[in-house]
Design a protein around this ligand. Structure first.
Ligand code: NAD
Length: 292
């Protein structure tokens, strides 16, 4: 199964990064979203990020121009039907993802491979709602996609070997490294990372430390490049909460109970960098200001 064209659903922070690396690797990319603004922002961001790579001499101006020429956008989901591989990267909500796959089914080729960039939702369950569970996989990029080396590949219970091999060959062509994970809640990276972030929020909630002391302690004390609260803002607090809920529901263990303070921030619409406010306030000109 040779993949030449890739359809991406969702042009948010992950969708635009996935489009960027796929176009640079020579794939024809078509990106869809329900919001024209999201599509316009994604294309502008990809342009800016490729320009930065040119100025750092990581790629040539011709590479950038060719990559930009390979990317198109649409508000009509059916337009991505004729692609060889579809990577769904829409909001982390199972009903949203299920509806996308249901809407796509009448428009895709018999050979099209369906994948989801979900951080936590069951691949087997998403696959079971389609007509091709054997051609369905988890294709989990890390954020920011152009920088991070890892892709987690997750087989559902029915995923066949040609589908796995086709996805692995895409990861290879992107110059990234695949780690395979079994289909259990949040897979490997977020099964380990998200309870740590949630615990950092509990540490804040219980007054053990404030935002600055918690992040500084983890950066300087464990050599993490970002503190856990800074990282949570970067990922998106809605996504963090959604992943904790999947762990809590899927593994039925109270150790995964989402911190009420994380819920409170999400209820306030303080979702981190994407809304300019989370554990830090990014609205000013200078350094981000801790909100607690
Ligand atoms: P985001 O909020 O930045 O973007 C989501 C996009 O999906 C938005 O542009 C929204 O308009 C679009 N969308 C919503 N419903 C849609 C629909 N029905 N059809 C088409 N588009 C639709 O979210 P994100 O951070 O890019 O996350 C997307 C996915 O990637 C989630 O499944 C998330 O768990 C996963 N993920 C996120 C990270 C991260 O660090 N943020 C890392 C790895 C994986």
């Amino acid at each position: 199964m040779e993949i030449e064209s890739i359809g991406i659903v969702g042009a948010g922070q992950m969708g635009n990064g996935i489009a960027h690396v796929c176009a640079l690797a020579g794939y024809d990319v078509i990106m869809s979203d329900v919001s024209q603004e999201a599509l316009d922002n994604a294309v502008a961001l990809i342009d800016r990020n490729l320009t930065r790579q040119v100025s750092r001499e990581k790629i040539s101006q011709a590479d950038k121009d060719t990559a930009m020429g390979r990317i198109s956008t649409t508000l009509t989901l059916a337009d991505i039907g004729p692609t060889d591989l579809i990577i769904e990267a829409a909001t982390e909500r199972e009903t949203v993802k299920q509806a996308i796959f249901e809407d796509l089914l009448p428009h895709i080729k018999p050979t099209t491979i369906l994948t989801s960039n979900t951080s936590s939702i069951s691949i087997t369950r998403l696959a079971s709602r389609t007509d091709r569970p054997e051609k369905f996989m988890g294709f989990h990029f890390m954020n920011p996609v152009p920088v991070m080396q890892l892709v987690e590949l997750i087989r559902g219970i029915a995923t066949d070997e040609p589908t796995f091999k086709a996805c692995k060959s895409v990861v290879d062509r992107l110059g990234k490294t695949a780690a395979t994970a079994e289909d259990f809640p949040a897979f490997i990276v977020n099964r380990i990372l998200m309870p740590m972030i949630n615990e950092a929020v509990y540490t804040l909630y219980e007054g053990v430390g404030n935002v600055t002391s918690i992040d500084m302690a983890m950066k300087l004390g464990t050599n993490h490049p970002m503190g856990p609260l800074e990282l949570a803002d970067f990922i998106g607090l809605d996504t963090c909460l959604a992943i904790m809920n999947v762990l809590h529901d899927g593994l039925a263990d109270t150790k995964y109970r989402p911190c009420p303070l994380l819920t409170k921030y999400v209820e306030a619409g303080w979702l981190g960098r994407k809304t300019d406010r989370g554990f830090y306030d990014y609205r000013g000109e200078g350094d981000p200001v801790p909100t607690r």
